[in-house]
Design a protein around this ligand. Sequence first.
Ligand code: PLP
Length: 419
Amino acid sequence: METAADELPAILGGEPAVTLDQSEANRWPILTEEDEQAVLEVMRSGNITTHPVARELECEYAAFTGRKFALTHNNGTSALMAGFFALGLKPGDEVLVPTATFWASVIPMLWLGAVPVFCESEQERLGLDPVDVEAKITDKTKAIVVVHLWGLPSKMTELQAIADRHGLKIIEDASHAHGAKWRGRMCGSLGDISVFSLQGDKLAPGGEGGIFLCDDESYLERATCMGDMMRTLELPTAAARFAGTTFGIKTRIAPVSAAIARVQLRHLTKRNAKRNENLVYLSKALESLGFHTYLGPGHVERVYFEYLVRPDSERVGLPLDFLIEALVAEGCEAQRPRYPLLHQQPLFTEGAWREIARLPDEMPFPEYAPDAVPNTQLGNMQLLKLPSFPGADRTLLDQYIAAFRKVTGRAGEIRASRV
Ligand SMILES: Cc1ncc(COP(=O)(O)O)c(C=O)c1O
């Protein structure tokens, strides 16, 4: 590969490094005739509500993760809600959660009156920081929500040890981590209850959909009674008596989504391998230019729901906004990460969460100060999001690498040009 370090960056008037069309390289989801056929089969059966395809998907997810039970949901948010309900969380119970995650990892618990306690994320793997988690345990703490952010398995050894020491349950949100492994074990098998989202951007999408997984039958029973009337009727336990009403929420998956999700699961390993091949290649080049790329330690097999990197500001020599501007001028798709920190959102800072949680007046409310999770706030401000290149070939990746070389090679001039 040519070294482009002394070429003039596009932001200084040079030619952009990335000239290839990126739409195919970054197209996701990949839907083929196989998906179409699976959808047609459901449609032609006439049973577009309770088609057995949902059960088939459950069996496949249970086998894939090695769990005893799987229950499909209409989305990952519902599956998380079912998880919080299955644990029996009650008003005032505290749950340790990351603030750096998608809102659905946390917010549904408010409807049960459970109180999220926002914790720091560590900067090696962007998962919950075990030290901060343990420091925030009180006598009201009942559970921990672990999110394998962007497909990088969290520090499970430490987090599981904390849960064991303090008698806490783990809800594992594996929505970004279909196919990732931690110490040889599948993500999705690491929590008391585990959840996948099958939303359209995810690694094994179904359009909308979610999977709830557990080994404890009582959790399955509660989740089923919460949201699925027909399945409640079929429960082999006394809980089947609730089928006439369920508990008031409806969370059944649409069979058309389940049909797509089955096909996508069949292709997951191969498609994950393609992303990994591309992003490991790119990461190695970016590491040499001063970027931390979250390849993960040896005992972790990460996947790439999204690809984030952190420039070492001294080595790269550019503030993040200038870097993004310069990369975009080169033709790169580069931006800041898309999730805002949850504890800084109006739901918490303006107190609206209390209306949802309806905690009794005598219960002390936690204060959600915007500066309460400082390390994560700082870390988040340093992240750069690039495409995850599900279908790219080396030519495009080499153009990205050339863009990074140009920009970092002339960082001083770019900096000078921006002030
Ligand atoms: C980490 C995480 N958890 C949960 C969800 C919720 O899943 P869904 O969109 O299927 O409701 C998402 C994404 O959409 C997510 O990114």
